[in-house]
Design a protein around this ligand. Structure first.
Ligand code: ASP
Ligand code: MG
Length: 441
């Protein structure tokens, strides 16, 4: 069985839903289809939630009717028969009456917000399944809320997901097409929750890992992962092959095409992930798997909104346990550290979540000297095959960037990543310089 995930733009128009049906039925293999909400819906739902949180009920109801009108016209093009249309209308009446009912719950809390935002995927999957049925394609809709669960730390519970899915699939092992919602799940309190924005990719990978799928395919509207950011750099091209490690670095450091956690379950069970383009299904896309090609430089990605903290202490000289004391503070404030550079008496780190930066600085200042944090920084991550015996890799990267001030460098953490920190104002220049210097384009 393969898991195929289609994102918001791939289901965002009725004709795109038709193409997805053609794609999944043209291929003979068994498919587990994971869908996102129609493009724009999750944002619209969150905006309704914002109005409700602000006590603007009228405004929320207007937004709800506006969104419903979009679905009404969508249905008229999605379905071909009056029975199909009636089924579709039934689905959206049900879901929108639930959405309206949320406006009457006071106060409107995070719990309601999560129920509200889950509606996007509940709508898209039911509408799609009804479309399949109308076209004579029998498909089974498996509710994600019955098998997708996160723990108290918001981490998916793989064992549970695997056990639940096995139970649910047992009587339906012969079904050709299974459909489920991306993104949504339950938390340990049994409430509706989600895997964070863009989380449908993660759903696909969790299912792929749990059922030991033959392959996970993530269908979007570009030809796979590009070697550089196509919004900023001209002459980028899709990368044919990446290892799990390389793809994880790229996804984490800014390649928007993939939710950063997606790689973890796929890698754990060795299930290859293929990125495909719904607009051009014959294009090879990007294959993410265990093996690697020997190309040295594969891709560059950038992550903005980074803050650098500079920590100094003479007591660090020849001391042990010093780094532990520093990192314990980040741990206590649940703040992940991305990049680290050390000297004998100093440590520089970067973080992207600054909600606890004051508290962290206050605790660090009890045993360290601190500089002012530097905001508006960008991490540039160069990914490739940098085995330790290959000469000249860092030189080539730094040479490409020779006209740009670099604040921090991290190299050698793995054999496939070199990261640099610079002020965000140099980002576009740096990405372009690296494209020229590393990829001969
Ligand atoms: N619909 C959710 C979002 O917009 C999840 C996803 O599309 O992956 O973030
Ligand atoms: Mg996405």
């Amino acid at each position: 069985m393969q898991v195929w995930k289609f994102g918001g733009t791939s289901v965002g128009k009725p004709e795109r839903m038709h193409s997805i049906r053609e794609l999944i039925t043209a291929d003979a293999g068994q498919k587990f289809v994971v869908l996102s909400a129609l493009s724009g819906t999750t944002n619209a739902l969150l905006s309704i939630g914002e109005s409700l949180k602000a006590g603007q009920d009228e405004e929320a109801l207007e937004k709800i009717e506006h969104l419903k009108a979009h679905y009404d016209s969508f249905l008229r093009e999605l379905y071909k028969t009056s029975e199909g249309l009636a089924k579709g209308q039934q689905i959206i009446e049900n879901e929108f009456s639930f959405i309206r009912s949320l406006t009457r719950i006071k106060p409107f809390t995070l719990k309601q917000e999560k129920e509200l935002v889950a509606e996007g995927e509940l709508l898209s999957t039911q509408m799609f399944q009804a479309h399949l049925e109308e076209m004579g394609v029998h498909a089974l809709l498996l509710p994600a809320l019955e098998f997708m669960r996160i723990d108290a730390d918001n981490e998916p519970e793989l064992d549970y997901i695997e056990r639940k899915l096995r139970e649910m699939l047992r009587p339906h092992g012969d079904k050709h097409i299974l459909v489920t919602q991306g993104f949504i799940c339950r938390n340990p309190r049994g409430e509706v929750d989600n895997l964070k924005r863009g989380g449908s990719d993660y759903t696909a990978s969790l299912i792929g890992g749990a059922i030991r799928a033959e392959e996970i395919q993530i269908w979007t509207d570009i030809d796979g992962m590009h070697n550089n950011d196509p919004r900023i750099v001209r002459n980028t091209y899709p990368i044919r092959e990446l290892t799990f490690e390389e793809a994880a670095e790229l996804a984490y450091f800014g390649a928007k095409i993939l939710h950063p956690s997606t790689i973890t379950p796929a890698r754990k069970f060795g299930v290859p992930v293929r990125l495909k383009n719904t607009m051009d299904p014959a294009a090879p896309g990007t294959l993410i798997a265990d093996k690697t090609t020997d190309q040295v430089f594969k891709a560059v990605a950038a992550k903005d909104g980074i803050t650098a903290l500079y920590i100094h202490s003479l007591r660090m000289l020849n001391a042990y346990g010093f780094l532990r004391r520093i990192f314990e503070i980040f741990e206590r404030f649940k703040t992940p550290v991305d990049m680290i550079a050390t000297s004998e008496v100093s440590v520089s780190v970067t973080i992207d979540d600054i909600t606890k930066v004051k508290e962290i600085q206050a605790e660090l200042s009890t045993f360290c000297d601190l500089e002012e944090p530097e905001y508006d920084q960008t991490i540039i991550c160069v990914v490739g095959n940098f085995s330790a015996d290959k000469p000249g890799i860092a030189a080539q990267v730094l040479n490409a960037l020779k006209g740009i001030p670099v604040r921090m460098i991290s190299y050698g953490g793995t054999e496939h990543n070199l990261s640099l920190l610079l002020h965000s104002r140099y980002k576009a220049e740096a990405l372009n310089a690296l494209n020229e210097g590393l990829f001969n384009v």
